[in-house]
Design a binder for this molecule. Structure first.
Ligand code: ADP
Ligand code: MG
Length: 349
């Protein structure tokens, strides 16, 4: 049967700011013992006992960080949380709470904001974090989201961007380039849709990379895995801007250089095939695509047996003396300097 009903659209004005906040937050329960007071007072109250607190904030702006033409609001809510949890995990900490602030124009009906919060609620549930506050305001156009994530860790468990030493191994979780290739597919479908609004995109063959773009997962499991394996990274960062710029952050903060081997970079077969289809260099995509939200860390060489053969972890290179610089060693064994934009294949050493 054909459904021809317009989706329900309740205007935000009808609810008012406080009605909206209540409506959006009433179903959130507190799960963490460290959350003493959540939403509903002038401030949240948290107690981390003897642990150190980690805090991270990110802002997402419509038209800059996301395009509602192809990003479902539920996915956006989920991803907004993931982006922030990823930073907490990159400190080797346990994420415990988030606050969410949103600015929305009145072109959004209540149902749209509800969808966004469904994604937030799912993320909170799956990652065991509490929504403990936020702010709600109007914008003249578009949507702006700011998420703050909090977490806790024992002082000696925390891992910073500094701490990597020459000869440490450089390790990455998961695989790279998927989020960027998913974006290429979605952008292409958007153009097709502009020309023919009746077209139904078939994203099924691209499921993995589209999911990497729309519904990334922060690597909570890697923090747990490292703890389990009794591996204490010497430095760590999450890969939000692409492998090369994150490697350079580690190098700069740790005052070391590095050699990264092109043939070691983990790529999903779908990233390789879509790169062929879009005529893009898969190494370049992995190095500078971004938004993969994997963890990049360094370990002492003696720790190698503990991670050897683990399907979640790939050694992509090793650190060197700072004076040696940061290089990608290509498949044909040439040394290419790593730059923040990726790497410059015309600038071979
Ligand atoms: P204030 O006047 O102190 O800014 P608000 O009326 O904005 O307080 O917020 C009331 C409560 O609701 C606070 O606990 C605040 O953290 C929470 N809150 C407000 N907006 C949101 C939101 N979008 N998501 C989650 N919690 C929110
Ligand atoms: Mg407020």
């Amino acid at each position: 049967m054909l459904e021809n009903k317009e989706p329900k659209k309740t205007s935000l004005e009808a609810l008012g700011e406080f009605g909206l906040i209540d409506h959006l937050t009433q179903s959130f329960q507190l799960r963490q013992p460290s959350s003493l007071q959540g939403v509903g007072d002038d401030a949240a109250v948290l107690d981390f006992g003897g642990k150190k607190t980690v805090v991270s904030t990110d802002m997402l702006v419509e038209g800059v960080h996301f395009d509602l033409a192809y990003v479902p609001l539920k996915h956006l809510g989920y991803k907004s949380v993931m982006v922030n949890l990823s930073d907490i995990y990159a400190m080797n900490a346990v994420a415990t709470q988030i606050t969410i602030s949103i600015a929305i124009s009145n072109r959004f009906p209540l149902e749209a904001i509800e969808e966004f919060y469904e994604g937030v609620a799912l993320a909170c549930k799956l990652y065991n974090v509490d929504l403990v506050g936020g702010d709600t305001t109007s914008s003249t156009r578009g949507m702006i989201i700011s998420v703050t994530a909090l977490g806790a860790a024992d002082e000696d468990a925390l891992v910073y961007r500094h701490g990597a030493k020459p000869n440490d191994l450089l390790v990455v979780s998961g695989d790279l380039g998927g989020a960027y290739m998913g974006l290429q597919v979605l952008e292409r479908e958007k153009e097709v849709f502009k020309v023919n609004p009746n077209s139904q995109p078939d994203l099924e063959p691209y499921a993995y990379i589209v999911e990497r773009q729309l519904k990334p997962e922060a690597r909570k499991d890697i923090v747990a895995l490292l703890k389990n394996l009794e591996v204490q990274p010497t430095a760590m960062i999450d890969i939000s801007d692409g492998l090369s710029s994150e490697i350079l952050h580690l190098c700069k903060n740790s005052k070391v250089g590095c050699n990264v081997y092109e043939d070691k970079i983990p790529l999903d077969p779908m990233v390789i095939s879509s790169c062929e289809e879009f005529q893009l260099d898969s190494t370049l995509v992995a190095m500078s695509g971004g938004e993969d939200y994997e963890l990049l860390f360094t370990i002492d060489q003696r720790e190698f047996p503990k991670i050897k053969g683990n399907p979640n972890l790939t050694v992509v290179g090793h650190m060197t003396e700072a004076s040696e610089g940061a290089f990608l060693i290509s498949r044909n064994n040439s040394k290419i300097p790593i730059t923040a934009q990726g790497w410059n294949s015309f600038d071979q050493a």
